[in-house]
Ligand binder design. Structure first.
Ligand code: NOJ
Length: 762
């Protein structure tokens, strides 16, 4: 059957080849060939088969959403063999995917291959740092490489499509999924989105080491009210266009293969049925022509949202808005045919969606060889290989952010007697993070192992757990139970601290304390950890605090009392080595935060690129201005912040001229000197402030950055070009606006930089 299909499509392609050769203007671009193949296949399909292409099931042993589909196996089997399933998620491995593909290709009437999708978020088996951590490296090249490595592993295991990158801008540390994105800044987020999409997709989707990527979640998911996952989103149009949409637009510019809806409603319309987002912006304004997949049962959830009385109406609303594939919702497979037959929706709507799905299958090369990705030999060779682990170590080192280092406590020099205390010190699982795909449980290098391998043998290294962090289930599917009353390990830890020169404390969150469904109302160190830290501090204040967490935490007490603090996130496979080599100075930290760390949860949402407000004054003694009476306006650690063992001094900002017109640019430069005796890397950041605009401007916005290596004692001249595009913003109606007037350019090592120069757009 499959061979017949290929023959039929082949005839149509030969025809288009003749036509396009005769017409040089059309030139036989591969896109034309694919379009013809798609149309020709579409013309062979029944309505049921078309709808099948829009139906997606989770068929593996993992289930990445709620709902129990037990008992439906036989129905799903029948649908698979009759061409009523177009894609599958959560089924993986060369062997399993081959078997499933065979079942469908050999049995269904047209033998259209399945697409195999999976959440390859920060690695397939080799775990790289969680995306929020990776973003702190500000190293686009490395982020592209980790996505590329993840794609190679996934593709070798039979997968075609990842549901990544998540490019939701996030300003609320309470939201558990901040670990999955690149933080609060739209420009940086967009740059990282492009790098990661390029990494996943490569130059050619048909290559056997690349997979299709997904820009998700479209849109606004990161602005869930009070940071509660799946909550409603109420934002204004300015935020939508200037903060939320830019990474998605950037994704279309590098041809991301698909978009995924978000669960939330946004200004009272669920994203899955949101015509403004999916039609007006995505299709019309951005001309996007890839596939749109729903999120897990987000079509069914239109009923829960209260905008559809039943699943049939939900199917109608979703397909009309432009949600093309129904993930685990069964709304389309149950209702679309009737909606077409009753004349409620037009079949052309379905044809358009199916075209996009088939096109992706052609681009992946699945019609040439449906089994090309399911290759046991490649799977054995590529998955978890040494090069990927080495890459995981490299990026982990660049992702670490040194938050505090009083009196140069770090790097450690000849410390003889070290106590390593804390529930995460020997934990080989937490560094793997949440959304860990096929990571092997407990396979990360722990901090303790890293220290053992790195410190000289003359150092005495002793360990006490101190306290248990979690006493309940530690997995993706269940709520974790935090230890709130077992202090039985305190005493041993305190004794150890007493008899040591230095204490390294490893505290934070386990892997499953951040991620989907893991919003927290309090963002201090969970459980009894802070209490333990205080008690140890009272005995031996010579503490290096190593944090492993998936979100910004409130570290006010820690910042006030602990001399050295290292943000080590969930760093992946080789976390322990990366941290140990940083503590000992073999690695000089260069990471910078991509989300502001609040002083306390009451400041959240907190982000550097906020509006000026009508009462920004901070004059002493005043009451009537924008502030909280009980906490400073600034974050504890701002966006872009991170220390190094080197120290950098910024010279004066130089502008090539003081004004530019709409077709000009200004060169701006600054000398950055490494005033220390260690070579180090600095992320030089350029921010712009529009002083007066038609719509209230932000205090400043990141517009460019460079990560530069500066040798000890040397200076580097860092140059940027300011062009008019960097001075524009989106008005609330979505139009890009470039307005003449005065601007400020700031260049520095984090977003709180005050040094600036002014210039004019004429
Ligand atoms: C729900 C999540 O929101 C989404 O990001 C993910 O891709 C799907 N589940 C599939 O696992």
């Amino acid at each position: 059957m499959h061979n017949n299909l290929l023959k039929l499509i082949g005839v149509a392609v030969a025809a288009v080849f003749v036509i396009s050769c005769a017409d040089p203007a059309k030139n036989n671009s591969s896109q034309n060939v694919i379009n013809t193949k798609v149309d020709s296949l579409l013309s062979l399909m029944t309505l049921e088969e078309k709808i099948g292409q829009l139906n997606q099931y989770s068929l593996g042993s993992e289930f990445t959403g709620p709902g129990n589909k037990k008992g439906q196996d036989s129905i799903r089997y029948q649908q698979l063999i009759s061409g009523q399933v177009g894609s599958v998620l959560n089924l993986l491995g060369a062997e399993n995917t081959r078997k499933m593909q065979e079942l469908v290709v050999e049995n269904s009437r047209l033998g259209i291959p399945l697409l195999f999708a999976y959440d390859v978020i920060h690695g397939y088996q080799t775990m790289f740092p969680v995306p929020l951590a990776e973003s702190a490296s500000w190293n686009l090249d490395l982020m592209q490489k980790t996505a590329q490595a993840a794609a190679a592993e996934a593709a070798a295991s039979g997968l075609h499509w990842t549901f990544a990158p998540m490019i939701d801008v996030t300003v609320d540390a309470r939201w558990g999924r901040v670990m999955e994105g690149a933080g609060e800044d739209p420009f940086l987020h967009a740059e990282i989105a492009k790098a990661r999409i390029r990494g996943f997709q490569g130059e050619d989707l048909a290559h056997n080491k690349t997979i299709a990527a997904t820009a998700k979640h479209f849109a606004g998911y990161g602005y869930a009210e009070s940071g509660k996952d799946y909550n409603s989103v109420n934002i204004n149009q300015y935020i939508l266009h200037n903060h939320i949409l830019p990474p998605f637009k950037a994704a279309t510019e590098v041809n991301v293969a698909s978009f995924m809806n978000s669960f939330n409603d946004i200004n009272a319309v669920p994203a899955t049925a949101n015509q403004y987002l999916l039609q007006d912006i995505l299709r019309k304004k951005w001309n996007y022509d890839g596939v749109v997949v729903s999120d897990w049962n987000s079509i069914g959830e239109l009923v829960n949202h209260g905008v559809s009385p039943d699943l049939k109406d939900a199917a109608k609303k979703a397909i009309t808005a432009g949600s093309e594939i129904d993930m685990e919702g069964t709304a389309y497979i149950q209702h679309l045919a009737k909606l077409v037959n009753d004349g409620v929706i037009q079949e052309t709507l379905i044809d358009d969606a199916v075209r996009n799905v088939l096109e992706l299958k052609f681009k992946l090369g699945l019609f040439d060889d449906p089994y090309k990705y399911s290759d046991l030999e490649r799977e054995n060779e590529i998955v978890g290989n040494k090069q990927h682990h080495a890459l995981a170590e490299e990026i982990a080192k660049e992702s670490i952010v040194l938050l505090k280092n009083d009196n140069e406590l770090l790097p450690l020099v000849e410390t003889k007697n070290i106590a390593v205390i804390g529930p995460l010190a020997k934990d080989k699982d937490t560094p793997l993070g949440n959304w860990r795909a096929q990571a092997v449980e407990n396979s990360a290098i722990s901090l303790f192992e890293g220290l053992e391998n790195t410190l000289p043998k003359t150092t005495s290294l002793r360990y006490a757990e101190g306290v248990k962090l979690s006493i309940g289930p530690n997995n993706f599917f269940q709520e974790q139970v935090i230890n709130e009353d077992d202090r039985s390990g305190f005493e041993e830890a305190k004794q150890l601290a007493k008899n040591s020169d230095l204490v390294i404390m490893a505290l934070g969150e386990t892997a499953y304390m951040s991620g989907e469904g893991r919003s927290r109302a309090a963002i201090t160190l969970p459980g009894l950890q802070k209490e333990l830290l205080k008690e140890i501090h009272a005995i031996n204040p010579n503490i290096v605090l190593v944090l492993m967490n998936g979100r910004p935490l409130d570290l006010s007490w820690e910042d006030e009392n602990i001399p050295a603090i290292v943000e080590a996130w969930h760093l992946g496979q080789r976390a322990g080595t990366a941290i140990a080599e940083t503590l000992t100075g073999k690695n000089n930290p260069s990471g910078k935060l991509t989300m502001s760390f609040p002083r306390q949860v009451g400041q959240v949402p907190i982000y550097y690129n906020h509006k000026v407000t009508g009462r920004p004054s901070t004059a002493p003694g005043q009451v009537f201005y924008a502030h909280h009476t009980d906490v400073d306006n600034s974050p504890l650690y701002p966006f872009g912040y991170g220390l190094s063992y080197s120290t950098f001094e910024y010279g004066e900002i130089e502008l090539s001229k003081s004004s530019l017109s709409e077709d000009e640019s200004i060169t701006v430069s600054v000398n950055v000197k490494n005033t220390s005796n260690r070579d180090g890397r600095e992320v030089v950041q350029l921010y712009i402030q529009d002083l007066v605009a038609d719509e209230t401007p932000m205090v400043k916005s990141l517009k460019a950055f460079q990560k530069v290596m500066i040798n000890a004692g040397e200076s580097v001249k860092v140059e940027f070009s300011i062009n008019p595009q960097m001075l524009s913003y989106y008005k609330s109606n979505g139009d890009l606006s470039l307005e003449k007037g005065d601007f400020r350019v700031f260049i520095g090592g984090n977003s709180s930089v005050e040094e600036h120069k002014e210039f004019k757009l004429k």
